[in-house]
Design a protein around this ligand. Structure first.
Ligand code: URA
Length: 209
């Protein structure tokens, strides 16, 4: 069973509530997602590897601890995943970035790939795969399957919102991939939307319909 971590900090809950409101503007929605992503990065990267470095303060020599940002790869599932990317990159600016283009066929909700670009040396890297909504799980499952072809050191999946159906599907397909989320909502509806949810994340981030 994959680890599920609900990052339920009051700051995140507050911002997520604003995002859910239907009257929240595109500009504010995008900004709130960006802020939540930065806050979530703090927990998502809690166990990332660090190494000792010898430094000198103005007063004396000492040993500090640093993460190797270049070993971290944020992989965005297009297009909504890009809404999480900048917030994460703000705290790990040296990270590499990959993109996976997947869309859900409206009738079957099956994931179809149209773009795939990753950095090299994946076996040396820790992947943080990002997509705001883990709904049916089809897209995230397909993305993880593709990433595993490159044998990365580790994969974590980060979303803003999910539901019991999405967690179960992901757990069944990839029990080795931990899921980080800001909230677990009540259910998936017949159209593949999370309820109560926040609507279509991509449309709300980019102001499309
Ligand atoms: N994707 C979205 O953007 N919203 C949902 O509720 C489910 C999937």
């Amino acid at each position: 069973m994959a680890e599920l971590q609900v990052i339920d900090h009051p700051l995140i809950a507050h911002k997520l509530t604003l995002m859910r409101k239907k009257e929240t503007s595109t500009k504010n929605f995008r900004q709130l997602l960006d802020e939540i992503s930065t806050l979530m990065a703090y927990e998502v990267l809690r166990d990332c590897p660090v190494h000792d470095v010898d430094i000198e303060t103005p007063l004396e020599a000492t040993t500090g601890s640093m993460i190797d940002g270049k070993k971290v790869v944020f992989v965005s599932i297009l297009r909504a995943g890009n809404g999480i990317l900048d917030g994460m990159l703000r705290v790990v600016p040296g990270a590499r970035v990959g993109h996976i283009g997947l869309y859900r066929q409206p009738k079957t909700l099956v994931a179809v790939e149209y773009y795939f670009k990753l950095p090299d040396n994946l076996p040396e890297r820790d992947i943080v795969l990002v997509d705001p909504m883990l709904a049916t799980g089809n897209t995230a499952i397909a993305a993880v399957e593709r990433l595993k072809e490159f044998h990365p050191k580790s994969i974590k999946f980060v979303c803003l919102l999910t539901c019991p159906e999405g967690i179960e599907a992901m757990n069944r397909a990839h029990p080795d991939v931990p899921i980080y989320t800001a909230a677990v909502d009540r259910q998936l509806d017949d159209h593949g939307y999370i309820r109560p949810g926040l609507g279509d994340a991509g449309d709300r981030i980019f102001g499309t319909k």
